[in-house]
Design a protein around this ligand. Structure first.
Ligand code: MN
Length: 247
């Protein structure tokens, strides 16, 4: 099995090293990741300049672009064969609920999925975490299951792993995305040159962390696995919007 690994934290991030190492037990791993931290890059493609692909001493490849660029470039130009799977992560921090819209980790997996490759995004639910081995092992388990029991549909899975030792994970729950409250306001600051600048504030706290959500599963010590889809159409509003625009 050929596995393409990417992330949004950058090719030097400890989470991607742990992931690549764990997945080597399941297949041939190629790493193509951004040259710097592109967290929050979402699904952006770089269209205003060319991209360069370089190889680090440890064999990882890095690109001066976004997570989406990395997977797009690898799948459509660099690799000789279509990978059997794209795995993104392990992200340093949760990607639950509305985070999935902004996440570069989810975006890298999404790009694989859009190019016809089954894909998994893996995030470790802690900004303070330093040990990515449990989350990497969860990714390996899922990839290994995929080789044993191929899933019959194109699949994009968003996986969030609580920050605890592998043996203390309570199991896997298949979940729906929860919802966050709106984000904290921007934080105003002044540079040494007396210019006013703004930092984007923190994501909101969980607003819907109810039964069946990713937030709830993780809070209870379970690995959360959410199957995602890309079609944003709100089918339930089509007829009422049609009526509204017709007035
Ligand atoms: Mn990140």
């Amino acid at each position: 099995m050929r596995i393409l690994v990417s992330n949004d934290d950058g090719y030097f991030a400890p989470g991607i090293a742990a992931l690549a190492e764990a997945l080597q037990e399941v297949g041939d791993v190629t790493v193509v990741a951004p040259e710097r931290d592109r967290s929050g890059a979402s699904n952006s493609l770089t269209l205003d300049r060319p991209l360069s692909l370089r190889r680090a001493a440890n064999g990882f490849h890095f690109v001066n672009g976004t997570p989406t660029d990395c997977v797009h470039l690898a799948v459509t130009g660099m690799l000789d064969h279509l990978p059997d799977m794209v795995v993104s992560g392990v992200n340093h921090g949760a990607n639950m609920g509305d985070d999935t819209i902004y996440s570069g980790t989810v975006a890298a997996a999404t790009e694989g999925f859009l190019l016809g490759v089954p894909a998994i995004a893996v995030s470790l639910v802690s900004k303070a975490a330093t040990d990515f081995s449990a989350a990497a092992r969860v990714a390996r388990d899922l990839a290994e299951r995929f080789t044993r029991v191929p899933f019959q549909h194109p699949v994009l899975l968003n996986v969030n792993v609580p920050d605890r030792p592998y043996e203390e994970l309570r199991g896997i729950r298949v979940t729906r995305l929860g919802k966050r409250h709106k984000a904290e306001p921007v934080i105003r600051s002044t540079t040494p040159r007396n210019e006013t600048v703004y930092w984007v504030g923190a994501a909101g706290q969980a607003a819907d962390a109810g039964e069946g959500t990713d937030f709830q599963a993780v809070a209870e010590g379970f690995v959360s696995v959410t199957p995602l889809q890309i079609d944003l159409t709100h089918n339930g509003l089509i007829s009422s919007v049609a009526e509204w625009v017709g007035r």
